[in-house]
Design a protein around this ligand. Structure first.
Ligand code: SF4
Length: 222
């Protein structure tokens, strides 16, 4: 589950709220990395995607310009959304809190702007106590991007005032996997992407060659 998507009932639209995911969505491609979805694209590539899909100048590939283009394009859609959908990087059994880590604050848009927030969380993301969170948050951010923490570490413990929150705990084969002596270790994965960054196959082929959302050593092999 990405950081967040926004759903519009009236227009039957699903809009990615993460910039990298949105670039990939506009380009009709899946993400090529679980942390940096558009890492294979240069800013010139992004300028061409925006020119084709949004109508901007293909020669203008300035990072600030491209960011503003997407801000202006996406914000009205976010404001009109009927629901926001997020994943959850961790959930705490002790309190019922779940957390979403982002660098753009986009999970907070999905959770705070539309009247309905749906969180889809794999059951392996549960940790027992709040005091266990610190270790995992530092582990995730350091392994994913070499920073002490992500820019936003958002905690959700209930619906916002006047809003609605649905938490979907996803098994989808995880319980079965837990009983497999050789494979249960994959449930320890916190989706940091570090194994992709060091994998010689991924580094040669890129993530799109795998034909799956999860590529690299933890994902499906080509
Ligand atoms: S398997 Fe890969 S993505 Fe998962 S925690 Fe390990 S290094 Fe990170």
């Amino acid at each position: 589950m990405p950081d967040g998507v926004l759903l519009t009932k009236s227009r039957d639209q699903v809009i990615e709220s993460d910039l990298g995911e949105r670039i990939q969505q506009l380009d009709g491609q899946p993400p090529s990395h679980i942390v940096f979805p558009a890492i294979h694209k240069t800013r010139q590539d992004v300028a061409r995607v925006f020119a084709r899909t949004v109508g901007t100048d293909p020669e203008n590939d300035g990072p600030h310009f491209l960011t503003e283009v997407m801000r202006n394009n996406a914000r009205p859609r976010f404001l009109a959304a009927d629901a926001g959908m997020t994943g959850g990087n961790f959930a705490v059994a002790e309190t019922g809190t779940f957390m979403v880590c982002t660098n753009e604050g986009n999970a907070d848009i999905g959770a705070s702007v539309p009247p309905l927030h749906i969180a889809s969380i794999g059951i392996e993301k549960l940790v027992p106590r709040v005091e266990d969170l610190g270790v995992f948050l530092r582990l995730l951010s350091r392994s994913a991007e070499g920073t002490p923490l992500t820019q936003y570490s958002s905690h959700f413990t209930g619906p916002r005032k006047g809003g609605e929150l649905h938490i979907v705990l996803v098994d989808n084969g995880r319980s079965r996997r837990l009983g497999m002596p050789d494979f249960w270790h994959s449930l320890k994965c916190i989706r940091c992407g570090a194994c992709m960054n060091t994998c010689p196959v991924y580094r040669r082929s890129g993530g799109l060659a795998y034909g799956a959302i999860y590529s690299g050593p933890i994902g499906r092999h080509p």
